[in-house]
Structure formats: C-alpha cells, structure tokens
Write a protein that binds this ligand. Structure first.
Ligand code: SAM
Length: 257
C-alpha cells in the first residue's frame, strides 16, 4: 500500500485516534528518553511520534523522522514546524543518509510490515545506532486485525483481499530471531491489544472499516459486496454482536556493538 493522497490522510486520522495515541504512549515509555538523546523514527508518517520525541529530548537532542512518502513528510514537517530540534528525510528505511554510530535509539510504529527486505532495513538501523542503544518496534499481528459480525464468507473475502495491503502479516512472530541474528540482546515483547465493540466518529474501527473497504474496491471487489459488508457491520453493531480486534506488539532490543 502506498501512503500518498487519500491513504495518507486516512492513515494520519487513524494515528490521531485512541489506538494511535496509546501506541505512542507505550513507545515513549519504552524509549525512556534522556535529555540530549538523538532518536530516529523509521516510517514517521505524519510526525506525531516525532513531536512527542522532540519535546522529550530537549533543545540539545534531536528527533529524526524518515519516510518514503512525500505527502507524509510534508504533513510531518507542518505538524512539527514550531520545533527546532527535528529533522525529516524522505527515504526508505534501508538507505538513510545519516552518519554511522550517530543515534541513541531507533523507534518504529506499524512500518516494518510494509518493508520488503526487513533484514536490509535492520542492518541499516544497526549501522546508525551507537553502542548500548535501543531498537523499538510496534507491528500489528495482521491475522488478528479483524471485524466480527458480518456473515463469514463475505467477511473472509474482505479480510483475505486486505492481506495484500502489506508485505508481512506477522512481523512480531519472527522479528526476535532476526534481531538476535544481528547481535541484538535483551529482546522482549509486549502485546498491546485493542477490542472495539462500537464505532464512533473518531473510532479506529470506523477508520479500519473505511481502509479495508477502499482497499477491496481498489482490488476490484464489487461495490455491491463491499457495501453489503459495511451494511452487515452496521447491523451487527445495532444488534450488539459487533467487534473489531487488533493486536499490535511492542518489541524491545538492545544493541551492544
Ligand atoms: C501505517 S503508517 C505508520 C506511520 C507512523 N509510524 C504512525 O504510527 O502513525 C506506515 C508508514 O511507513 C512508511 N513506509 C512504508 N514503506 C517504508 C519503508 N520501506 N521505509 C520506511 N518507511 C516506510 C509509509 O510511508 C507510512 O508513512
């Protein structure tokens, strides 16, 4: 999935909703930032995490966001325009124009699932990290990113089509091994589970429904089938048998070097 135009607008709305905010809170807590730290956000999107990091590292520190989407980078720059200790680079995670051994921590939220060659990106991040620094990642277990309520066959079709939206469905299930192979230590995982039984205006579930519906239409699923799926979600919600589940996982690791 390309995060340009309408997709990037929807992504930033999702990131501003309860799920996005609470994921960032978990990330900030795990980062345990020191004043003066230089922290990288890989796949910074609209810059919400960069804004929090920049405020945490103080004027002597720096928050650096990288993202290949020009629309995400320009939105991030706008959000952080009042903060002098930020830097944004429009690039892929596997080729970042920064000096080796120059950052205290690398963070990433819901980005590694979109990176084709995960090892290549991890090797690049390892190059940038100083000795005794941290790598933190939050990725979603997409097999469990699911609406419950619509009729099974149609619901399965919609979720099966959506699998194509990213390169890796289950990053947290294999990331620990990849990190270990690259010399990272003290690797641990924490689940951040979300369960919604209602869809309000700024609900992550409402945005997720729009995302899956738009994606399915783009992949050629009939408008009638997509509308029927959305009708069934609405009906399930009215009848008190609607649910949307998502399980992002926080992975933490230390690099000794
Ligand atoms: C779901 S968004 C998450 C954005 C942000 N981290 C957040 O939590 O709001 C995924 C982001 O990853 C970026 N991305 C996709 N492929 C990437 C790559 N190879 N390297 C770095 N970022 C990438 C996209 O442009 C997009 O902004």
């Amino acid at each position: 999935m390309k995060f340009e135009n309408d997709n990037s607008i929807l992504q930033r709305k999702m990131s501003s909703s309860y799920v996005g905010v609470s994921r960032r809170q978990a990330m900030i807590k795990a980062l345990n930032i020191n004043i003066g730290d230089i922290v990288l956000d890989v796949g910074c999107g609209g810059g919400q995490l960069i804004e929090d990091i920049a405020k945490s590292v103080g004027r002597k520190g720096k928050a650096i966001g990288v993202d290949p989407s020009s629309s995400q980078i320009s939105s991030a720059k706008e959000l952080c325009s009042g903060l002098e200790n930020t830097l944004f680079i429009c690039c892929l995670a596997d080729n970042i124009d920064l000096e080796s051994d120059s950052i205290n921590a690398a963070a990433s939220i819901q980005t590694f699932e979109y990176i084709n060659d995960i090892d290549k990106a991890l090797i690049e991040i390892k190059r940038l990290l100083k000795p005794r620094s941290k790598f933190l990642n939050i990725s979603t277990l997409w097999d469990y990113y699911r609406f419950h309520g619509p009729e099974k066959k149609l619901n399965d079709l919609m979720h099966d089509v959506f699998k194509e939206h990213c390169s890796h469905q289950m990053v947290p299930t294999f990331l620990n091994g990849r990190l270990k192979n690259l010399g990272f230590k003290d690797i641990k995982t924490t689940e951040l589970a979300y369960v919604f039984t209602k869809r309000d205006e700024n609900s992550f579930a409402k945005y997720a429904e729009t995302l899956i519906a738009n994606f399915a239409l783009g992949k050629g699923v009939d408008q009638e089938k997509v509308s029927e799926w959305q009708r069934q979600i609405k009906k399930a919600e009215e009848n008190g048998r609607f649910c949307f589940t998502s399980i992002p996982v926080l992975t933490e690791a230390i690099l000794e070097k």
